[in-house]
Ligand binder design. Structure first.
Ligand code: 13P
Length: 250
C-alpha cells in the first residue's frame, strides 16, 4: 500500500513569521488526517526553523525546496543536506520546473542533487514535467522518461526506494489549468512502467507518484481518487490554511 503524500510548496512566499503562523494553523487542522497520509510543508529555507518548531507534535513534516549537490565546503550561498536534516527536514524537492527553467539547472546537476539528498538521509521529491509545446507536439512521454532516466538511472534499487516522483506538467503550474485526472493518470502509468524497467517490479509498485499543477480543493478529490495518483504537490493553494487543509484527506 503506497502512502498518500500531500505537499505544499510555498515557493518564494512567506517570511519566517508569516510561515510560522501558517504552519501552526495547518498543524492544528490535521487532527483527523489518517496515519497513512504524509502532510509536508515546504517553505523557503529561512522559514524552516520556525516551521519545524510550529509543526512539532503534529503529523506534519517539513521539506526544503532545494539542496546543494555538495556536502560541505566553499560553496557560497548553498545549503547542504546535512543542514536540512539537522533542522528536521524529511523531504527535499529536486528539479522543480522553476529551477529547471528559470534558474537553469541542468540534468547533470539535478542527478547530483538527488544523490546528495539520498546521502544525507532525505527523501528526494524528484520533479518532472513537459512544457506546453512538448505536450502539443506529442513529446510529453518522451520528455518525462528522459528526465526520470537522467535523474535516477544508475541508482541502486535500495537507493531508489527512497525517491518520490512528482509529475508537474509545466503548462499546468500557476496557470489555473490542471491536467485532467486521465492525463495525469496516463503519465503516472508510463512513469511506473519505466520505474519497473529500471528498478524492478517492487520499486514500480511502491514508489509514490505525486501530481502537481494548479491543484485546488475542487480538483484534488478527482485526482486523488485515481489509483495511479498517490498524492499532490500543491503551490498556490498551499499558501492559506483553509485551502490547503481542504485538500488534505480526512
Ligand atoms: P501551483 O499549484 O501554484 O500551480 O504550483 C504547482 C507547483 O509548482 C508545486 O510545486
Amino acid at each position: 500500500m503506497r502512502r498518500t503524500i500531500i505537499a505544499g510548496n510555498w515557493k518564494m512566499n512567506k517570511d519566517h513569521i508569516e510561515g510560522a503562523a501558517l504552519a501552526r494553523e495547518i498543524a492544528a487542522g490535521l487532527a483527523r488526517t489518517p496515519p497513512s497520509c504524509d502532510v509536508v510543508l515546504i517553505p523557503p529555507f529561512t522559514s524552516l526553523p520556525a516551521v519545524t518548531e510550529a509543526i512539532r507534535g503534529s503529523i506534519a513534516k517539513a521539506g526544503a525546496q532545494d539542496i546543494s549537490a555538495e556536502d560541505e565546503g566553499a560553496f557560497t550561498g548553498e545549503i547542504s543536506g546535512r543542514m536540512l536534516r539537522a533542522l528536521g527536514c524529511a523531504y527535499v524537492l529536486v528539479g522543480h520546473s522553476e529551477r529547471r527553467h528559470i534558474v537553469g539547472e541542468g540534468a547533470e546537476l539535478l542527478a547530483r542533487k538527488l544523490r546528495a539528498a539520498l546521502r544525507s538521509g532525505l527523501a528526494p521529491v524528484y520533479c518532472v514535467g513537459e512544457l506546453l509545446g512538448e505536450r502539443e507536439s506529442g513529446a510529453a512521454g518522451e520528455v518525462v522518461s528522459r528526465q526520470i532516466r537522467e535523474g535516477c538511472e544508475g541508482l541502486a534499487p535500495e537507493e531508489f526506494s527512497r525517491v518520490v516522483v512528482a509529475y508537474e506538467p509545466v503548462w499546468a503550474i500557476g496557470t489555473g489549468r490542471t491536467a485532467t485526472p486521465k492525463d495525469a493518470s496516463d503519465m503516472h502509468g508510463s512513469i511506473r512502467r519505466l520505474i519497473g524497467t529500471l528498478f524492478g517490479a517492487a520499486a514500480a509498485a511502491e514508489t509514490p507518484l505525486l501530481y502537481g499543477g494548479s491543484v485546488k480543493p475542487e480538483s484534488a478529490p478527482g485526482l486523488l481518487a485515481d489509483p495511479e495518483i498517490d498524492g499532490l504537490l500543491v503551490g498556490g493553494a498551499s499558501l492559506a490554511s483553509d485551502s490547503f487543509l481542504a485538500i488534505v484527506p480526512r
